[in-house]
Design a binder for this molecule. Structure first.
Ligand code: R5P
Length: 291
């Protein structure tokens, strides 16, 4: 097995290679001044089981992913597995208004053209995997997040920012053996959310708000202010995918967040948890099956 590491996740690719005991095939990739992407496979992958590691955010990384797929096929790989740590465009997972394009489905149709199977980490919604007609696996990085929280902030309570995020919060709280609750969020715009006031048992408690992704930080900042008002001792924001647009980390800290924790599905300063063990858990049975 050889890993083709795109430029979106070089650190995760290295950690995954270490977990799997395999090597990283050398790829030259660069961005031209006009933003177009160049990819060259330096190493021979003929007859190899190739694993491409590349998140599809922002859009140029998606283009790079498509070029890597092509490189693996043109290079004569025996099989191609796509590890897409952060599967972008997933929030448009259904048509909310007539004429809307379900981007999560549209991208899947491109991705599967040249790969045999897909593995992604904490997809926004589970049904996204059904948009692929090839084998698609979602792996949970919640056990890794839970272990990190246990060793660092030692939470008393896990809070989901809305009901849609409750299953992940429950998984995490279940591992840690601590209570779980959720807030009621209404989204006003891309950057603004309101939370319904709810009395929570947070006074003097170390609370972790857990979401699948943090983009502008609007959701967690609003929740943090409410928890501060209700007397939480410490507040941490944890997520799998740390997009952190428009200085979101500063926004969270300003709102009263003590710690911001993310997984390395996207490279960012808060990515202190690695998804490599979670991806390896899904990859190993596939490799064994191929032997
Ligand atoms: C929404 O469905 C997602 O799970 C996140 O709650 C949302 O994308 C977070 O966005 P932001 O950080 O901009 O509030």
């Amino acid at each position: 097995m050889k890993i083709l590491a795109g430029s979106a996740n070089p650190r995760l690719a290295e950690r995954l290679a270490h977990e799997m005991g395999c090597s990283i095939a050398e790829v030259e990739s660069k961005e031209f001044p006009d933003g177009e992407i160049y990819v060259r496979l330096v190493e021979d992958v003929r007859g190899e089981d190739v694993v491409i590691v590349q998140s599809t955010h922002p859009a140029t990384k998606f283009v790079e992913f498509l070029l890597l797929e092509d490189a693996a096929r043109e290079g004569g790989a025996a099989s191609v597995t796509a590890v897409i740590p952060y599967y972008a465009y997933a929030r448009q997972d259904q048509a909310f208004k007539s004429g809307e394009i379900v981007s999560a489905k549209a991208l899947a149709e491109f991705i599967e053209l040249k790969v045999d199977r897909v593995i992604t980490v904490d997809p926004h919604k589970e049904h996204i995997l059904g948009f692929f007609s090839i084998e698609a696996h979602g792996v949970s990085a919640i056990p890794e997040i839970a272990r990190h929280l246990e060793d660092s902030v030692k939470p008393d309570l896990i809070l989901a920012p809305d009901k849609g995020a409750l299953a992940r919060a429950e998984e995490c709280a279940g591992i840690l053996g601590i209570p779980v609750d959720y807030l009621e969020k209404t989204r006003i715009s891309g950057t603004e959310v309101v939370m319904k006031t709810k009395d929570l048992p947070v006074e003097g408690k170390r609370v972790v708000i857990l979401d699948d992704m943090i983009a502008t930080g609007g959701t967690i900042a609003t929740a943090t202010k409410e928890l501060r008002r209700q007397g939480a001792a410490s507040i941490s924001a944890a997520c799998t995918h740390g997009l952190f647009t428009n200085n979101a980390i500063t926004r969270l800290k300003d709102a009263g967040c003590d710690h911001v924790i993310a997984v390395d599905t996207l490279e960012c300063e808060a990515a202190v948890v690695s998804a490599a063990p979670a991806v390896a858990r899904a990859l190993r049975p596939l490799v064994e099956r191929a032997v």
